[in-house]
Design a binder for this molecule. Structure first.
Ligand code: CS2
Length: 446
């Protein structure tokens, strides 16, 4: 088993990362480990957990070390990742977190806090009350200390599945500072940058059986183990405020414009994932590889990727969307991943706008595959078994509207729960109704 090929103790913390869940440990932390193994210095990570101390409890006793296992077919490659120095907890370690951000060695603050973690209200404005309980105050305190100490600014690097994630973060942070710390606005605007980035790696939630299997294989219990696919992609806008690791030597693409990569990823990969999740659960499947092996669902996914999403994407030179779609089907089909549909189905209200509604808005042709996905999401909400969404109460209320048409209006209408960016035409509503009729009543899959 490969172990960190650098002197961990001799390196400083260069990155403070909010949300050191399984995804960040499979992606950012692996890239930092690669960079330091290649000779780069001082890119250790201080992880910050916002909601619970679970990750700190798992990783603390292991000195921040954990294994990353890449699965592909019958093969598993396990390595030890050494790039995490410590995990701090927002509710408990506020001062230490601000001090890390304010340290001269820190150059990057990065984020995998999920779509809902940015505390956007429906109209993209900041939900200030939610933001006060999130990363914003910790970051503002750290930035204030930096400014007062005359230190250079920071790169704020969002690694979440949002279109123009860097620009969104800059906009929301500016709103936060305007309300809470206006004295920082000028410094933030002049000294800090927020590159856009597209991240891609499928990381199914770790199950007890994974930990037990790993323990049998390596003879060690790893409470923080992460399991992923062999594929990994990270496309980052070349807009750093200060130093950064030479990630490009480890396969990261540093580009002038992330938009075409991000649109392909969100609309094709994530759009297909959400379709598989809702339509797959409605058809009685549990895992992505099962849903994508179902001929009817596979045909729908192909249609969504190639006929509906692809025509809306302004490709970069050398970007081949047909090859991309083929590769995605291959990745989804690997049974070794055991990726649960219910994991993807969560937080639909936060994901559907960028995964489906942008395609619907930009494609002037009918999009029956996405409309089937919408029917399946409506089925999913009224079934309720797996509904896990920050807007669950409002969605559940909408789901009790007598007929499907009123439900569609309550959710997608111009003033609907996630409405605004796209609203269905009369023909779209008929298509949704027809697809929904095939899904059975709540709880009974036909
Ligand atoms: C998935 C993503 O859970 C989900 O919503 O669609 O986490 C997906 O696995 C990643 O974006 C792949 O890069």
């Amino acid at each position: 088993m490969a172990c960190p090929a650098f002197d961990r103790g001799g390196q400083q913390v260069g990155i403070v990362h909010f949300g050191l869940g399984a995804f960040a440990r499979a992606h950012l932390a692996a890239c930092c480990d690669d960079a330091m193994a290649a000779g780069e210095r001082d890119w250790m990570i201080c992880g910050v957990s916002l909601r619970s101390d679970n990750v700190a409890r798992q990783m603390g006793p292991q000195d921040g070390l954990y294994t990353l296992s890449e699965r592909s077919g019958q093969e598993v490659r396990t390595r030890v990742i050494g790039s995490v120095r410590e995990v701090l907890v927002a509710g408990r370690d506020a001062q230490a977190i601000a001090a890390r951000i304010a340290s001269p060695a820190c150059h990057i603050v990065s984020f995998t806090v999920t779509e809902k973690g940015y505390c956007r209200a429906a109209d993209v404005a900041l939900d200030l009350e939610a933001a006060r309980a999130s990363f914003y105050p910790l970051l503002a305190t750290g930035m204030k200390l930096r400014m007062e100490a005359g230190l250079p600014g920071l790169t704020l690097l969002s690694c979440d599945n949002l279109p123009a994630n860097g620009a969104v973060l800059r906009y929301l942070m500016t709103q936060y500072l305007t309300a809470q710390a206006p004295e920082l606005l000028g410094w933030f605007a002049a000294e800090c940058s927020c590159p856009n980035a597209m991240v891609d790696r499928i990381v199914p939630a770790t199950r007890d059986a994974d930990l037990a299997g790993l323990e049998r294989r390596i003879g060690l219990r790893d409470e923080a183990a992460v399991f992923t696919e062999s594929f990994s992609q990270w496309v980052v806008e070349d807009a750093f405020a200060g130093p950064r690791p030479r990630w490009e030597d480890c396969g990261v693409q540093i580009v002038a414009d992330v938009a075409p990569f991000e649109a392909a990823k969100l609309r094709m990969l994530n759009g297909a994932h959400s379709l598989l999740a809702y339509a797959g659960l409605a058809a009685g499947h549990e895992f992505v590889h099962q849903a994508v092996a179902d001929p009817a669902l596979r045909a729908l996914v192909q249609r969504l990727m190639l006929d509906e999403a692809a025509p809306t994407i302004a490709v970069a030179p050398a970007q081949d969307l047909a090859a991309y779609a083929r590769r995605l089907l291959q990745r989804f089909s690997d049974p070794a991943l055991n990726h649960r549909l219910a994991q993807i189905a969560m937080d639909g209200s936060q994901k559907i706008p960028q995964r489906w509604m942008e395609t619907l808005r930009e494609n002037s042709q009918p999009c029956p595959a996405i409309l089937t996905g919408i029917a399946a999401w409506l089925w999913h909400i009224s079934d309720g078994r797996w509904l896990d969404d920050p807007l669950a109460d409002r969605l559940r209320d909408a789901a009790v509207e007598a007929d499907l048409r009123s439900r569609i209006g309550a959710i997608f209408g111009p003033d609907g729960i996630i409405g605004g960016s796209w609203s269905p035409s009369a023909q779209d509503i008929v298509t949704i109704e027809q697809a929904h009729a095939h899904m059975g009543t709540a709880g009974e899959v036909r």
